[in-house]
Design a protein around this ligand. Structure first.
Ligand SMILES: [Zn+2]
Ligand SMILES: [Zn+2]
Length: 332
């Protein structure tokens, strides 16, 4: 099969991905082999390709928003049958036994296996998945639109929950890419007032089209104090800006896996009065199941830009340079 691998991490325009031919992977116990139909392009793939995230093993195949069909089942597989549609996401496996897994916080597992970082992902014609960590996808959503739900959607949903905005409350969204545009739809459907801060004109248009309450530039003052905010842009310099925009008791959740350095904070105006700053780390399977059900019920729809799988490097470069709004999806 053909696959893309991260050969030499570096700036996206220097070509860190290389196309290789590999044997079809054989599913082991509890694993399924998935014929990839679509794979979403996540900013994490870009961080991996560019070396912001250290590679966990050489020549890994990126991609963790995989929609495909089960092509083969390893010994002991019971949840999925050959031919079924399946989603493969970032949390590929956990040990199930560490102190975090035992208390229901498997997102903090001390020995996690991430798809497209620790094991090969979906920038390929096929990949393997542990069936216990794979998802059934909502019937009403086609393959291309389902792909971004699997990371952008699930992580955004967890970040929204951690931002702890009360019903009818005021939410700030900093940065407006794939994850933010899905999260905004959930927040609006749940009755929040949503204020978006982003610099890209395409992103601003997408936000307006979704009916958010206001759209400002990244460092603009919020039109009203925020009960909670989610920082999606990987820009540490926005942390003080977003904290400053919070009302008393408000929470800023940082959704990304990587963030540029955070400048100094002013305790009195940015943290005192019980403002909170917290990170979001991966997700539990429960987050995933909950979000996929909610996405179907609330009619959350990804805006996607399709690329042939052959053009994965162009998709990553377009993401890096902000050349599209919404989510890029590779199609085999
Ligand atoms: Zn664990
Ligand atoms: Zn992701």
């Amino acid at each position: 099969m053909h696959a893309w691998v991260v050969e030499r991490p570096g700036p996206v325009d220097t070509g860190p991905l290389r196309r290789v031919v590999r044997p079809l992977p054989e599913p082991g116990p509890g694993q399924v082999r998935v014929d990839v139909v679509c794979c979403g392009v996540c900013r994490t793939d870009l961080h991996l390709a560019e070396g912001d995230l250290p590679p966990h093993h050489p020549s890994v195949v990126p991609g963790h928003e995989v929609v495909g069909r089960v092509a083969a089942c390893g010994p002991g597989v019971t949840r999925f049958a050959v031919g079924e549609r399946v989603g493969v996401a970032w949390l590929g496996r956990t040990d199930g036994t560490c102190r975090f897994c035992r208390r229901g916080a498997e997102n903090l597992c001390t020995a996690p296996v991430f798809t497209g970082w620790d094991v090969d992902g979906g920038y390929a014609e096929a990949c393997l998945a542990d069936e216990r960590f794979a998802y059934r996808l909502p019937d009403g959503v086609d393959d291309e639109r389902a792909a971004p739900l699997l990371c952008a959607g699930i992580i955004g949903y967890r970040a929204l929950r951690l931002a702890a905005v009360p019903p009818g409350g005021r939410l700030g969204i900093y940065g407006f890419g794939a994850s933010a545009h899905l999260t905004a739809q959930v927040a609006l459907a749940q009755g929040m007032r949503v204020h978006v801060f982003t610099r890209g004109e395409r992103n601003r248009e997408l936000a307006r089209g979704l009916g958010v309450d206001s759209v400002g530039l990244a460092a603009d003052h919020a039109p009203e104090p925020l009960d909670g905010a989610v920082l999606f842009a990987p820009a540490g310099e926005l942390v003080p800006v977003a904290l400053w925009a919070l009302d008393r008791g408000g929470t800023l959740a940082v959704a990304g896996i990587w963030l540029s350095p955070i400048p100094g904070l002013d305790y009195a105006t940015q943290l005192f009065e019980e403002r909170r700053l917290r990170s979001v780390t991966a997700n539990t399977r429960r987050d995933g199941e909950e979000f996929l059900r909610l996405a179907e019920r609330l009619g959350v729809r990804a805006t996607t830009v399709g690329y042939p799988m052959d053009e994965a490097p162009r998709a990553l470069a377009d993401l890096a340079h902000g050349r599209f709004a919404g989510a890029a999806v590779l199609r085999t």
